[in-house]
Ligand binder design. Structure first.
Ligand SMILES: Cc1cc2nc3c(=O)[nH]c(=O)nc-3n(C[C@H](O)[C@H](O)[C@H](O)COP(=O)(O)OP(=O)(O)OC[C@H]3O[C@@H](n4cnc5c(N)ncnc54)[C@H](O)[C@@H]3O)c2cc1C
Length: 549
């Protein structure tokens, strides 16, 4: 089958893009590597930021300022303005698609506080906001006739000269490689925090696949060193203790029962404070007991159930032990308002570095970013598909993917890919985690280089072609290693501390580094890095966008 528009990713950004692209009479398909209901978007709990009255300039400016402050000098004012100003229309659109936000008795949408926000502006559906939104969007996507190509793993892009011509995929049901030609492609594959396996709120298959795909297509990644560590994951299971728990009044206490930080500080500050408590031999807990069972069950029902089911803790009566965990990736593919340097290719959601988060993300802003830029990518993809035709597929590229898959099946190995994936997650968290230094980054880089070499001698032990999970795991691991190298090199180049990036050997922010770090893989395993000045960039980018739009 061929589609006018192919969207890769069934999270909030991909779903919004696909629905928007379908507004015009396009054939649209959404590709997901697992089932459509599984995404980080569906796990998002706390809420989505929005100023609901778009005429309220004071509140709009406050949202813009909070977002800019959190970005630590690396935010893109045009993108942030666009996102914040679009928020009220997006909430209205989501309601129109069937999302029922929590409301007061008069029918006004309720808004809760979130870390780094100067006022209450986070709209929510209990503590299941992402689930409620994705369910409504999936229903809407089905109604409008979007095709779901699930269990389909994107391996690479198909290009013709400087334009997109389709995507090369692996069909998991029989391990065959196939191409979906398309006039426009939207990539919305989510972030890469899952590569910190064992220390991440993301599902373990969040390995930055599509960022690696973009690297292999010669595209530029931006600010890969900026990874957000969420202060509160359940210590044993990494399950996210939503920021709403602190927003609703939860305290953080150490094993001496002392509070040690303002719970509504930005995530980077809280995560670092918790790590320091741990380094001083203290355990850290979230204390929700004073909220009472009724409020907990009303506002935090999922957390109540998760704590009870996963670790046997009744949070209305007991402290819950927590630890910081890798959560969100600010870095991503360099995009300008969703547009890329490949014609017909658009990127949105967490995988896009479009400038709205800079060096740190404000909680509640990523669901907003996904929806706002998902819509924009969908509009642009639809427009491109209307005025352009299908382009030829270069089957030489496809053959490379077929040979690669054959090679993974054909060889024999005694190495365990799963052990390597766990080891990668541990090494990254310890050496490229909340605190980094030149020494730790060099150690990490050497180790990752070694793992990358090892990964090329991995083969499936099970040779069954139907739903072979080993095959996907090996491909994901290779992508994760490629992305890990990019993160470490960028982290090493940023010789300062800024936002979520903290260097023990350069513990202060340095104005000299108020720049983006761009990275490109010039040939397999060899990267070129360069700085991009934020202020000059804004001017050039504005010119560039005006031309492209
Ligand atoms: C536990 C948790 C709670 C969160 N809570 C909040 C919150 O309260 N508020 C907030 O604003 N943000 C929150 N976030 C962040 C937010 O959920 C994400 O940033 C956002 O949902 C990302 O959406 P997305 O559409 O970009 O990608 P995702 O929702 O991550 O979806 C990615 C999609 O890409 C597909 N994909 C990936 N690789 C491939 C491949 N190779 N081939 C085919 N398909 C592929 C996946 O199958 C999936 O469908 C939370 C995140 C987590 C993990």
């Amino acid at each position: 089958m061929i589609y006018d528009v192919v969207v890769v990713g069934g999270g909030i950004a991909g779903l919004m893009a696909a629905i928007e692209a379908k507004e015009v009479d396009n054939s649209v398909a959404i590709i997901t590597k697992g089932n459509i209901f599984k995404s980080n978007s569906a796990m998002a709990s706390g809420g989505i930021n929005a100023v609901l009255d778009k005429e309220d300039i004071t509140q709009l400016n406050s949202h813009i300022n909070d977002t800019l402050n959190s970005s630590k000098g690396l935010g893109d004012i045009k993108a942030i303005n666009y996102m914040c100003k679009s928020a009220s229309d997006i909430i209205a659109k989501l309601q129109d698609y069937g999302v029922e936000f929590d409301k007061d008795e008069e029918g006004n949408i309720l808004q809760r506080p979130f870390g780094g926000g100067s006022v209450n502006r986070t709209c929510y559906v209990g503590d299941k906001t992402g689930f409620a939104i994705t369910q409504a969007l999936i229903k809407k996507a089905k109604e409008v006739g979007i095709t779901f190509l699930v269990n389909t793993y994107v391996l690479n892009l198909a290009r013709y000269k400087t334009s997109i011509s389709g995507v090369v995929c692996l069909r998991r049901s029989d391990s065959s490689v196939l191409v979906y030609p398309a006039k426009s492609v939207v990539l919305a594959g989510g972030g890469y925090a899952g590569i910190f396996r064992g220390n991440s709120t993301n599902a373990q298959d969040y390995t930055g696949d599509l960022l690696a795909v973009c690297l292999r297509a010669g595209m530029v990644l931006k600010d890969m060193e900026f990874l957000q560590f969420h202060p509160t994951g359940i210590a044993k299971t990494n399950y996210l203790v939503t920021e709403a728990a602190r927003g609703e009044g939860g305290y953080l206490v150490n094993s001496d029962g002392q509070r040690f930080i303002n719970e509504l500080e930005t995530r980077d500050k809280i995560a670092k404070a918790i790590l320091e408590q741990q380094q001083n031999g203290k355990e850290v807990f979230i204390d929700l007991r004073h909220l009472g069972l009724e409020k907990i069950q009303e506002k935090l029902p999922s957390l109540f159930n998760a704590a009870y089911n996963q670790v046997g803790i009744d949070i209305s009566k007991e402290l819950l032990k927590i630890k910081p965990v890798a959560h969100y990736s600010m870095g991503g593919v360099d995009t300008k308002m969703g547009t890329t340097n490949i014609k017909g290719l658009y990127i949105c959601g967490e995988m896009a570095a479009n400038g709205v988060h800079g060096a740190n993300r404000l909680g509640g802003n990523s669901l907003l970013e996904g929806t706002v830029f998902g819509v924009l990518a969908g509009i642009k993809a639809s427009k491109h598909a209307q005025f352009n035709d299908f382009l030829p597929i270069d089957y030489n590229d496809v053959i490379k993917d077929i040979q690669n898959i054959d090679k993974i099946f054909d060889g024999e190995t005694s190495k365990n890919f799963n052990a390597i994936r766990i080891s990668l997650g541990k090494a990254l968290f310890e050496k490229v985690g909340i605190k980094r230094s030149k020494a730790s980054l060099i150690k990490a880089f050497d180790y990752i280089k070694y793992l990358r070499r090892e990964s090329y001698s991995l083969h499936c032990i099970n040779k069954e072609k139907r739903n072979n999970v080993e095959l996907i795991s090996i491909l994901e691991l290779r992508n994760a290693l490629e992305i890990s190298e990019a993160i470490i090199l960028a982290a090493k180049k940023r010789k300062e501390s800024r936002g979520a990036h903290f260097r023990e050997d350069y513990s202060e922010e340095n104005p000299k580094y108020k720049k983006h770090i761009l990275i490109k893989e010039i040939q397999k395993g060899f990267f070129r890095l360069r700085y991009e000045d934020n202020s000059i960039l804004t001017k050039i980018r504005n010119l560039f966008i005006n031309r492209m739009d």
